[in-house]
Design a protein around this ligand. Sequence first.
Ligand code: FE2
Length: 245
Amino acid sequence: MLSFLKKAPKETFADLLKVDIHSHLIPGIDDGSPDMETSLHFLGKLSELGYKKVITTPHIMTDFHPNDSKTILSGLTALKSELKAKGINIEVEAAAEYFLDTTFEKLLAEGDILSFGAKKYVLVEMSFIQSTPNFEEIIFNLLTKGYTPILAHPERYTYWQENSRVFRHIQDLGCLMQVNIPSLLGYYGKPVKNLAIQMIKSGYIDFLGTDLHHIRHLDLFIEGKHNSEINALVKKYDFKNHLLL
Ligand SMILES: [Fe+2]
């Protein structure tokens, strides 16, 4: 009788974002989930958090994670069939997190690129030591071929900490940017968190991503699921994640 007095369950950042665009959940092909059991566990928990869809993005990095579209898509097929068998209710797609190197340029020239969404988004990353020297040229080539590049976790490139004008330049090139949710939860320290928030408030950030690799990330999300700072940012700044549902 008094059910109308019951409070609606509190929203999580995942309820608001609906779609995650950055994670490492194809079993055993990069430094993310090592096996099928872990991937199923992580995806079940992402569903409980409120995500409706996960576009998972294994690394493609010549020396460390020599994946290609075949290794990723065959892993996706196996993962989807196990999700179905176990009754875990979350939509899963796969693309990649491309490290910007000569292998990437070759794949781009051959047209062997995994993109997602109607705008053909391509998630790219660069070294944490130094930026990719021909970054502008690669972004131009991606755009010319009809793709929309998204630079993963720019707030973590510490060589840009003191040079925030670079983000305006990247935006002007036509490259979108994605902040990591662990950055906002302080996982990589205060300077990274502060820069992430500053970038969002400056209007540079189009997407948030979990960049989920392992259980420590997952525990962080479960603990921080009602984090008021993140939820306020997600409500105020209209990230594009939900448009991919
Ligand atoms: Fe990643």
